[in-house]
Design a protein around this ligand. Structure first.
Ligand SMILES: Nc1ncnc2c1ncn2[C@@H]1O[C@H](COP(=O)(O)OP(=O)(O)OP(=O)(O)O)[C@@H](O)[C@H]1O
Ligand SMILES: [Mg+2]
Ligand SMILES: [Zn+2]
Length: 274
């Protein structure tokens, strides 16, 4: 289906009216046409969403109308675009809160913490909160991180999912590329409304320079009080931990106003094994 964008139609041949007339007999009763104030607005018809307020009648005497298209189709198109830009992997494209099975207390608490985090973002986006999801493989950390991401996208927010490995590769790819600077790549990770940083610790042998890049991203988001979700199999602190991996300066910033969830049950991936 083609979604009408902002267009101006001459009053004598309003396409929305024509569509409306054609579809009148076929009205699926989704939005009653009578609810549209036709003295001020024009009725449009969407084959998916029924009647909608299509345009505002001009008052400037030119006889032109501003035609906006079906608002629900436009919203859906925006969500699809935001999802495409989010880089959420295909496997997690439809992972949401409803699809997360909570059969034990820990899973229930994990689900609730992530739901609460998503809810808090709705009311106050720039409160500088971080969600720290740590624990053993296959327990649903990435699933719930992406579920929060989907909720943010539904609110019209820009989301970017990445693993540490991909982020560093992205930055390093600019070293020999005259069209892309490190500064611009880092700016992309800072500018999005929500950053999901997965697999912290999976990239071994991280150099001092790479730690500096990570610090730049984390610190800039910290300064701007932009939310982040950090995901890892590592422990929080001590030997072989997120603190040791990222170093104190980055780790410390992630901890301020953080909601920590520890995942420690059997891998869901192995459930299908008989
Ligand atoms: N409680 C659950 N309910 C439904 N599906 C689950 C649950 N836990 C995990 N899964 C599913 O199991 C698979 C593995 O989960 P996920 O990738 O989120 O684990 P993870 O904790 O991120 O693992 P890793 O640390 O290895 O990256 C995914 O397909 C996910 O949707
Ligand atoms: Mg994962
Ligand atoms: Zn529509």
């Amino acid at each position: 289906m083609t979604v009408p964008s902002e267009r101006v139609y001459p009053s004598s041949a309003s396409s929305s009216s024509l569509v409306a007339k054609e579809c009148e007999a076929d009205g699926k009763g989704l939005t009653p046409r009578e609810s549209i104030d036709e003295s001020r607005f024009e009725a449009g018809f969407c084959e998916f969403h029924g009647w909608f307020t299509a345009g505002i009648k001009s008052t400037d005497g030119t006889g032109s109308r501003w035609f906006s298209g079906c608002p629900r189709c436009l919203a859906e198109t925006k969500i699809k675009k935001l999802f495409g830009q989010s880089m959420i992997p295909k496997r997690f494209a439809d992972k949401n809160f409803e699809g997360y099975e909570a059969t034990e207390k820990g899973q229930y608490q994990a689900l609730k913490s992530c739901l609460d985090f998503a809810q808090e973002l709705k009311t106050d986006w720039f409160s500088g909160k971080t969600l720290l999801l740590i624990g053993t493989p296959g327990t649903g950390k990435t699933h719930l991180a992406c579920a929060v991401g989907h909720e943010a996208i539904k609110q019209g927010r820009t989301v970017l999912y990445t693993t540490i490995t991909r982020l560093l590769e992205d930055i390093k790819s600019s070293w020999n590329d005259k069209d892309r600077s490190v500064k611009n790549i880092i700016a992309r990770y800072v500018s999005v409304d929500l950053l999901i940083l997965d697999e912290i610790g999976a990239f071994t042998g991280i150099s001092e320079r790479e730690k500096d890049y990570l610090f730049e991203v984390i610190n800039a988001r910290y300064e701007q009080m932009k939310p982040m979700i950090a995901v890892s199999n590592l422990r929080l602190s001590g030997a072989d931990s997120i603190e040791a991996y990222l170093e104190e300066r980055s780790f410390d910033r992630l901890c301020e106003q953080a909601r920590l969830v520890v995942f420690g049950w059997e891998s869901f991936r192995r459930k299908s094994l008989c």
